[in-house]
Write a protein that binds this ligand. Structure first.
Ligand SMILES: Cc1cc2nc3c(=O)[nH]c(=O)nc-3n(C[C@H](O)[C@H](O)[C@H](O)COP(=O)(O)OP(=O)(O)OC[C@H]3O[C@@H](n4cnc5c(N)ncnc54)[C@H](O)[C@@H]3O)c2cc1C
Length: 635
């Protein structure tokens, strides 16, 4: 008899880890099926997690009970909050990680989840059985049966790697391609398209002259990615949660990165290899990520620049290998090497792994519901790079949502869908399932209409309640959060009632370059002044209260943005009303003759699920949405 599961997750990458953990945490019988157990949590490209918008995603994942923030804090070796010179809405926490350790602890966590099965093997095909379940066949002939299948196959579907004129089969250096699964998806009528991504060379640190480079250090005080640094117990399970006390530690923040630059000579050498570039010669058909271009693409597009900044990032705490961030390339190896040798600090660099590009099949995600379930094959979910995204964080976020939704469906509970005003995860799920992409999607703060609400400091306020409702957050974690909320309420009340002397206020106002006070003023009015140092503020205003550092910054951000919130809250309300109007899936928009032909055609092609989604279908006119709303009411 074949082993039977509620949820099988295919893939042990960043999407697979979150999907597996979420389904397991929600109490359904779960298995992870992956080609190589040792590759669980492997970072294919840069040894870092987070950044602007991506860091907010990690904070969202953490607030929803996911793993990425916890893993990053454990494996992090340098933490920086990016964009600190701008407003809190666009700050992005980022951590340089020891990538070997990241993968080790991810594997340890997954393989120790009580009751979870981890199967090493390659999924070759699936078939729907008469009872609606899916029968899985592995390449070695083993079979399993599952009620839901979450495919998180990353860059591995029918994948090819390129360096200059050399081509090889594989999804990542040293790892095979999953060709059979790609064929099976096409056989099931799922539309696929080719995308590509690339990675730079890795260098031997002993061959780099770091004196020629600028040093980049972490923040003086690190911002951890996770807010959950306490042991927790999973509801309904006997075993203590696997973290135990291990995370009650200060994050490590002592590693440095280095900065150097390409120059005209580097560009000339790279240009001499363009004729053998798989990208320019048309041997790669897939589109690459626009905002993460290869060095040859940058030179081709911005040819007049005299140099491009590069970051030399250690892959491990004891350095191991050095990753050249900004120098991704698939040019011939001799060209890459010669170009590297023109860069300050790298003139004698030894290359341990040459840069390459990978081209792979991905799924057109407009074939999915916002739960990441496939419209054509019920019970089949996709998440991660296979849905056309790029980046660990985007992959992890989708994995979390797909894993949660697969488990909730098995349990007979309603879907878990986040809105565009709740989280970056909601923005991403909506974008991916609504807009036909022709290039890899990565998250930017500019994709979010309500980014003043979607900050890294308020992920808990936005998401913790909902995570607790579905069981992703334990009661003890939730109680801990409630206690913090109570403390903040008490603090806010005191700040509104108590006042500062001019001397007290002026120390803080001076920290933000603000006009000084000449008379007593309420503390809350001091907190509302942009640019002040919130930590200095709370030390001075409420020396007897111990508020978490994140909560101090959260209260500051809430005050400085208060004026904008009222306006945005009204917009969000209108948006939510539109999201609540469901559109019949089989509606033929050609019947709605009062709207333009172009809008009708686009709506017919997209078949949006709600009026809100319809309003975001590219090319559909706002006036037509108003007409459609009336048409629906009067139908
Ligand atoms: C060469 C390269 C360069 C990259 N460059 C960038 C970049 O510049 N910027 C960026 O943001 N991101 C980049 N990435 C992407 C980044 O690595 C991914 O976004 C991220 O790892 C995606 O996570 P994932 O979980 O979706 O897939 P992956 O991390 O790729 O994991 C996929 C998992 O699925 C497993 N698998 C696949 N098929 C099967 C099957 N049939 N049966 C069983 N298991 C299967 C694999 O073994 C693997 O464990 C790059 C990736 C590669 C390979």
């Amino acid at each position: 008899m074949n082993a039977q599961y509620d949820v099988v997750v295919v893939g042990g990458g960043h999407a697979g880890i979150e999907a597996t953990h979420a389904a397991w945490k929600l109490g359904v019988k779960t298995a992870m099926l992956t080609m190589d157990i040792n590759a669980i949590g492997r970072m294919s490209c840069n040894p870092a997690v987070g950044g602007v918008a991506k860091g907010q995603i990690v904070r969202d994942i953490d607030a929803l009970g996911g793993l990425m923030g916890l893993l990053t804090d454990k494996a992090g070796i340098q933490f920086r909050m990016l964009n600190m010179s701008k407003g809190p809405a666009v700050w992005g926490p980022r951590a340089q990680c020891d990538m070997k350790y990241y993968s080790e602890i991810a594997r340890e966590v997954i393989t120790n989840l009580p009751g979870l099965s981890v199967i090493q093997g390659e999924l070759a095909a699936f078939e729907r059985m008469a009872d609606g379940r899916l029968e899985l066949t592995l390449l070695n002939g083993d079979r399993y049966v599952t009620r839901a299948l979450v495919v998180t196959s990353g860059t591995f579907l029918a994948s090819k790697m390129f360096t200059g004129l050399e081509t090889s089969i594989g999804g990542r250096v040293g790892e095979p391609s999953a060709d059979k699964l790609s064929e099976c998806l096409a056989f099931n009528g799922i539309a696929l398209r080719r995308l590509k991504t690339g990675t730079p060379s890795r260098l031997d640190p002993d061959s780099i002259d770091f004196n020629e480079c600028d040093v980049q250090r972490g923040d003086d005080v690190a911002w951890p990615m996770s807010d959950r640094h306490v042991a927790e117990t999973v509801p309904g399970r006997d075993a203590d949660y696997f973290w135990g006390d291990a995370l009650n530690k200060f994050v490590r923040n002592d590693c440095v990165c280095w900065i150097t630059r390409t120059n005209i000579k580097t560009h000339d050498i790279l240009r001499s290899g363009f004729k053998d570039s798989p990208m320019f010669s048309g041997r790669i058909h897939g589109k690459g990520p626009r905002y993460c271009p290869s060095i040859e693409d940058k030179i081709n597009r911005f040819g007049d620049r005299d140099g491009h900044q590069l970051f030399l990032e250690p892959e491990q705490a004891d350095i191991g290998r050095v990753y050249i961030n900004g120098f991704s390339s698939s040019l011939p190896a001799d060209i890459q090497l010669a170009a590297i040798h023109t860069i300050p600090g790298l003139t004698r660099a030894r290359v341990l792994q040459i840069g390459y590009a990978v081209e792979y099949d991905s799924v057109d995600a407009t074939q999915l519901y916002p739960t990441f379930e496939c419209k054509k094959v019920p019970g089949l979910y996709f998440a991660g790079q296979v849905c056309g995204t790029s980046g660990y964080e985007e992959a992890a976020g989708q994995g979390l949502l797909a894993g949660i939704n697969a488990a909730l469906k098995i349990k007979g509970e309603g879907p878990f869908i986040l809105g565009r005003s709740d989280s970056y995860l909601g923005v991403m799920a909506d974008d991916l399932t609504n807009i036909l992409l022709d290039e890899p999607y990565r998250m930017f703060t500019s994709r979010a209409e309500y980014r003043l609400f979607l900050r890294s400091d308020n992920a808990e306020t936005r998401l913790k309640e909902r995570a607790h409702e579905i069981g992703m957050i334990s009661d003890s974690d939730y109680a801990d959060w409630k206690h913090r909320l109570d403390l903040m309420d008490a603090a806010r009340k005191r700040l509104a009632e108590e006042s500062a002397t001019p001397d007290q206020a002026n120390i803080i106002l001076a920290s933000g370059g603000q006009a000084l006070a000449s008379e007593r003023c309420r503390w809350i009015n001091v907190l509302r002044r942009p640019g002040i140092d919130p930590e200095l503020f709370f030390r001075t205003a409420l020396p007897d209260m111990t508020l978490a550092r994140r909560d101090q910054w959260f209260m500051y951000a809430e005050e400085i943005y208060a004026g904008f919130f009222d306006r945005q809250a009204r917009e969000i309300d209108d948006q939510k009303k539109m999201e609540a109007v469901r559109l019949p899936e089989n509606l033929d928009y050609m019947q709605v003759t009062a709207i333009s032909i172009e809008s009708r055609q686009r709506l017919n092609a997209h078949k949006p699920l709600t009026l809100g989604q319809a309003s975001r279908v590219p090319g559909v006119r706002p006036a037509d949405i108003t007409v459609l709303a009336h048409w629906l009411e009067n139908r």
